[in-house]
Each structure stands twice: as C-alpha cells, then as structure tokens.
Design a protein around this ligand. Structure first.
Ligand code: BG6
Length: 518
C-alpha cells in the first residue's frame, strides 16, 4: 500500500534554541545506550541547536579526549548493531558525529560536594561564552534515584536553577520516581522546594514511543472511534507489556523494585490514562496532563480484599524463551536464591467515571515471557448474534481493536466474516495496519522526541507531580498488603510461558481471557 500524503501544511520542526546539556551520570549505561544515540539521531535530523554544548559529569576523572573516544566507540557499536532500538541500516554519519563530539566536554566531581557545582557553574559560563548557549541549561539526571534530590539541591544552592533574563534552566528526572506514595511525595516536595513545576521534566520513556503518542492521534483525530470509546460498546480493555528478557544484569535494582514498582505506576499507567482519558481542551501540556491525572484519580481504590482478589503476582522459574533455555529468576546472577521479588503482575482495575463504569481494565506485565509484546486491546461487546443461531460460529470472538506498541508497531481490527462457501459459517478475520509499511520513519530510540521537547520547553510528554502521586496512590494498597502479609501467594510460571495460571483465572472467572502471546 502506498504511503498517504501528509494532511495539512508540511512542517519541518525547527532546531531547538541554543542551550547546554549537562549529563549527570555521563559514564553510565543510560548515557551510552540511549542519550548519546538519541543526540546523534537528533543531530542527523538537524534538530539540535546550532549553539549547543554537552557537559558530561561523573565521578571518574578522565580527559576530554578519553571521554569523546569512549562515546565514539559506543556510538559506532550502536550504529552497527542494527537490532538496537533506534539504530538503522544507514552507515555511520562520521561528519555528524564529529561535529557533535567536538561540542562535548567532561567534568569529574562528587555530586555531594558544593565544589562540584562551583566548577560546573564555571564550565557553563565558559560554554555560554564560547558556544553561545545563551545561558540555557538542561540538566539530565541519568543517575540512581537516591541522587535526584541531592543533585537538585546542589544545583539550587549554587544558583544554577535560577531563570533570569530570559534564560531557562530545566531538569530531567529519570525513573524510578519514588518507591511508594510517601517517597514520591517527599521527592516532589524536595524538588519543588528549589524549582518550579515548569522546570521539572519527569521522564517516562514509554511516552517517547511513536505508537504511544499515536493513541491520542487515533482517538482524537478520527471520527469513527470516539463514539464507540465507552461503556456502551466496550466490554473490557487489556493492557499487556510482555517482555522476553529476564532480569539481565540489573539484579540489585530489580530485587529491590519488582515488576509492580518497575512498570505499573509509570509505563502501564501512561498507557491506561492515554486510553481512558477524556478529550482534552487542547494539546497544551497541562490540558493533556490534567485529563490523564483524572483517570488515575477515578480508579476505584483497591481495598485489602481487592488487593488480594484482583491482583496476581508471579515469579519465573526455569524454562525456554524463544527456543533457548532460560534460568529461573532465583538462579539469575545477583538474585537471592529465596527471593520473593515478583517478575510478573496482573491486575484488574475499575475506572469509576461516566465513560467507563462497569468496564474492567486488565493490566499485566512480566519478564521472561513467551513473546515480546506491548499491546492495548480494546475488546468490544459481542454483537447480538442470535440472528446466526444454529450457524457454525467457528472461532468467532468479540471485535477487538488492538493498538500494538511494540515490537510490530501498528493497529489491528479483528472482526467476524463469512467464510466463503455454500454454508453460512462465520470466522474471525483481522485487518492490519503496520507503521513500517506506511511510513518511512527515521530511526529513533524514543529519547529523541523527549530530549527535543525538553529543549523546546514542551512538557506534554512528561509526568506532572500530581499524576506521579496519583499513580502511586493506586498501587499503594497492593504494596501495603504485600508488606503486611507475607503469605500472599507468589505464583510460579515457567520462563517462556504466558504467565501464571492464577492470572488466567483472574479473567476466566469473569468469562474472559487474555489475548494470546503466542
Ligand atoms: C524500564 C524498566 O523502565 O522499561 C525495565 O526498568 C523494562 O525493566 C523497560 O525492561 C521496558 O522498556 P522497553 O522500551 O524496552 O519496552
């Protein structure tokens, strides 16, 4: 099928305005794997400011030449790894990288020492003079969450967060944003003590994914879906984030975090709120963020009974994932052999508002599962098929609109059709739209859009303090129950399966079933 011509005037986004980007945690994994490749992709797309500088800050003392050399090796391996997200088969753009690398410098320092911030201030003054960054600075906290507040306080004390004479100062905070409701509140309070909400960019990388942003386009740019998008037509909604990877090399983080904290109040709730929100008055950041927060506030609070009944936690045992033998979680390097950390969670939520009353939202996410699949499935009510009474219905299921976020980004519609032949026999068919068939899109890690938005000051794709707290508020009763009652079952599932049997039951007892992962 041919790509459609774009509707409306063609607009090429303009490069961001002059600024410096300061990366705390410059030697870390996130910087190497995602931030630098995203900067490279932005540079290729000519979206970085002409007057731009990067200052990488880390503990280790190294020369600027060594810093650039390390990043060069990293970017070359990213470009040659065609399987890496955001990479492409295009050859390495040496000229683009060289001019970007020439704008990068580094600084060593302990973020607990005031001296570090004084030296950073001096380096920023220097970049303002030489690179012409205009005094605008984006501070990116690619560090462990315990350092978020101390760094922001250090920046505040050094006067580095003051927005004067038209210059801006913004801070990007990575996840995890707190580990429960009270720690998220405390972190918000500490950040808001030294800067305003308009300076804080709480990142959730799911919002950088094209197909996640497309949920709003699908719902609000089309006339046909929104009239059906409610309790009159929708039976239930399933949101799945199934991963084939296990804990990988992140045992120390994951052991203390688990699937619920790692994925639900952030990534899954982003998908939930974009799916369930009311139409915003505009696409202004606060208009959208207010509607998203209202969804989380409308989630029916889980009492203790619901936290037991409507939630299933699981942990993977040994198995076979994509044809390869896979370890049990408890045998992964760095994991406690008696670990009670969940690697899978499924839950049923109700959104108590006029649009969604009576429509269950089933959410699940897990590691070491059968297939990688992130999908939102809108499952419609069955047609009154009595008309076809006595006719073979074949495998006819309910109509489903599937929004596939990854890995095969697209949208599918499943519906019933007559199977050709003299008899009236019905069967399920599927109409598929695949992004890659339609659009020749530029490679992206998902961080390009987010970094660019920080530079142009658009907060729509970032979490506001109230949403973060509303999200933690929804899951807090589950955390409380697991904390107070150690006998809540931790269901076993085989690596490479679709998750524990108890999660199947969660839907089966209501006459429904999960979408197949196979
Ligand atoms: C991260 C989680 O935020 O998201 C990981 O910490 C998870 O555990 C990852 O694997 C999933 O993101 P993506 O983009 O790979 O689907």
């Amino acid at each position: 099928m041919a790509a459609p011509s774009p509707i409306g005037p063609k607009r090429r986004p303009a490069p961001a305005s002059p600024c410096a980007l300061v990366i705390f945690g410059a030697a870390g994994d996130l910087t190497r794997r995602l931030l630098i490749p995203a900067l490279y992709n932005l540079a290729k797309a000519k979206l970085l400011p002409e007057k731009f500088a990067v200052i990488g800050l880390d503990r280790a003392d190294k020369s600027v030449a060594a810093f650039r050399e390390e990043l060069t090796l990293g970017i070359k391996s990213f470009v040659s790894d065609t399987a890496a997200e955001g990479s492409s088969s295009e050859p390495f753009a040496a000229g683009v990288w060289e001019s970007l690398a020439n704008r990068m410098t580094c600084l060593s320092g302990d973020v607990g020492m005031p001296e570090t911030y004084r030296r950073l201030a001096a380096a920023l003054d220097e970049e303002e003079k030489t690179a012409g960054t205009g005094g605008n600075v984006l501070f990116y906290l690619a560090v462990g969450s315990t350092l978020f507040a101390p760094i922001v306080e250090g920046l505040g004390k050094a006067g580095l967060l003051r927005e004067e004479e038209g210059r801006w100062r913004r801070v990007v905070v990575e996840k995890p944003f707190g580990s429960d409701l009270s720690s998220a509140r405390a972190l918000n309070a500490r950040l808001l003590d030294v800067m305003s909400e308009s300076q804080i960019y709480r990142i959730d990388h799911f919002l950088g994914k094209e197909t996640v942003q497309n949920i709003m386009a699908l719902r609000f740019a089309n006339g046909i879906f929104e009239p059906l998008w409610n309790r009159h037509h929708i039976d239930h909604v399933q949101i799945s984030v199934a991963e084939t990877v296990g804990v990988e090399h992140r045992a120390s983080f994951y052991e203390a975090t688990g699937a619920l904290r790692d994925m639900v109040p952030n990534h899954l709730f982003q998908l939930l709120s974009l799916t369930a929100m009311e139409t915003p008055n505009s696409f202004a950041a606060d208009a959208v963020r207010t509607e998203k927060r209202k969804v989380l506030e409308a989630v029916h609070p889980l009492d203790e009974g619901a936290a037991r009944r409507d939630v299933v936690r699981g942990q993977y045992g040994a198995g076979t994932v994509l044809g390869k033998p896979a370890n049990a979680y408890r045998r992964e390097p760095g994991v406690n052999p008696l670990s009670m950390t969940e690697t899978y969670i499924a839950l049923r939520l109700a959104v108590d508002n006029w649009r969604w009353a009576g429509v269950p939202f089933y959410l699940r996410t897990g590691k070491s599962m059968a297939r990688r699949s992130t999908e939102i499935a809108i499952c419609f009510k069955k047609a009154p098929i009595r008309l076809f009474h006595g006719v073979a219905l074949g495998a006819l299921g309910p109509n489903v609109l599937g929004l596939q976020i990854q890995p095969d980004e697209g949208i599918c519609l499943e519906f019933g059709a007559k199977i050709p032949g003299p008899e009236i026999t019905l069967g399920g068919v599927r109409m598929d739209f695949r992004y890659k068939d339609y659009f020749k899109s530029a490679p992206a890690t998902g961080y390009e859009t987010l970094l660019y938005d920080c530079m142009i000051g658009d907060q729509m794709l970032f979490q506001r303090a109230d949403s973060v707290e509303a999200g933690w508020g929804v899951v807090q009763p589950i955390l409380d129950l697991w904390q107070s009652d150690k006998t809540v079952p931790l269901e076993a599932y085989d690596a490479g399966s679709a998750g524990p049997e108890a999660a199947e039951l969660l839907l089966r007892k209501q006459g429904r079933e999960w979408r197949s992962l196979s």
